[in-house]
Design a binder for this molecule. Structure first.
Ligand code: 13P
Length: 343
């Protein structure tokens, strides 16, 4: 969120600065401070939407600016102070700020050379928020192809990897192989791997342990089924899945957790921002209680399940949602808007 705050604050800041300079020069030219006053009071209308929750602090900033109107230097000193206050007062957001927003596209078993070239072209031509980390989970057979076509700022991920480096495991691929062809991430524990391929919590945790040891970053998926949610077991299920990871993961630096309620995957039935935030907040507390405060503050938790350009912005406003893992919409141009959801 610090990234978000910087972007938001930065934009509001530059809008404010441009406006302030114009106001001051108009007032000087006209020799009439009231021109400046009117213009400055006008600023919140354009800046406030960008500043979102921080409108109140911005209004304070404008009042303060007006009082110190006579001297440009004094103005900017006061401005720095108020801007500092703007950051410091945004307590919830500064807590989130250490975590860089991270959006993953999980292409699952979709795509061919033609469509991958098209998606890569879209992503290469788009203005992607530099404060969002982007990772594409590509079918293994196309990883190298996608790596060569995607912007170099976009990471690529395998969608699975086995728990050992090599050997007689027909059909499997290893983290070492993913690294060898230029992938830097792997998605593990996706609900489709759990449900269709019967992967257990323990196997997934062993895979995570090995992938991390090989230097890959891991998107560690968790999430409850509809039956589990309706039985009131959501917290119990995600805690059990986190416990399994925690038995094997010693260093969480290269882990992103993806909370994907199974009932929301591919169904068009997104968790509401409140439902998602509730589980993310539970996970944050679980991390504090079971790992450490530091890991809890730093670990990014993505939400996944029917994320689209239409719902991403509202989800992205929630304090414990640090990004998305996107299925269907990551194959479409709207993925760009999801990446830029915090702008
Ligand atoms: O499973 C998902 C991402 O891993 C979510 O898929 P959808 O976005 O298609 O619901």
């Amino acid at each position: 969120m610090i990234q978000f705050l910087r972007v938001t604050g930065g934009r509001a800041h530059s809008v404010w600065h441009a406006h302030q300079n114009e106001a001051l020069s108009r007032a000087t030219m006209d020799n009439n401070p009231s021109v400046c006053e009117t213009m400055l009071l006008d600023v919140p209308k354009s800046v406030a939407p960008q500043a979102q929750k921080f409108t109140a602090v911005f209004i304070k900033l404008f009042e303060h600016q007006w009082k110190t109107y006579e001297g440009q230097k004094k103005v900017s000193t006061s401005y720095q102070y108020i801007l500092y206050e703007f950051y410091a007062n945004s307590n919830t957001h500064s807590k989130m700020s250490a975590r860089k927003f991270c959006v993953g596209g999980n292409w699952k078993m979709n795509g061919d050379q033609k469509s991958i070239a098209e998606i890569s072209k879209t992503l290469s031509g788009a203005a992607l928020d530099p404060n969002t980390e982007v990772v594409i989970g590509c079918p293994a057979i196309y990883l190298m192809y996608a790596r060569n076509l995607l912007p170099c700022t976009v990471g690529v991920a395998g969608q699975n990897a086995y728990k050992v480096a090599k050997g007689a495991f027909t059909g499997e691929i290893s983290p070492a192989m993913l690294k060898d062809i230029g992938a830097d991430w792997v998605i593990l524990g996706h609900s489709e791997r759990r449900a269709i391929f019967n992967e257990s919590d323990e196997l997934i945790a062993e895979k995570a342990e090995h992938a991390l040891a090989e230097g890959l970053k891991v998107i560690a998926c968790i999430g409850e089924t509809l039956d589990e949610r309706e039985a009131g077991k959501t917290n119990e299920v995600v805690a059990r899945q986190m416990c399994a990871y925690a038995k094997k993961v010693r260093d969480w630096t290269n882990v992103v957790v993806a909370y994907e309620p199974v009932w929301a995957i591919g169904t068009g039935k997104t968790a509401t921002p409140e439902q998602a935030q509730e589980v993310h907040a539970f996970l944050r507390q679980w991390l504090t209680d079971n790992i450490s405060k530091e890991v809890s503050a730093a670990l990014r938790i993505q939400y996944g399940g029917s994320v689209t350009a239409a719902n991403a912005k509202d989800l992205a406003k929630k304090p414990d949602i640090d990004g998305f893992l996107v299925g269907g919409a990551s194959l479409k141009p709207e993925f760009v808007d999801i990446i830029n959801a915090r702008q």
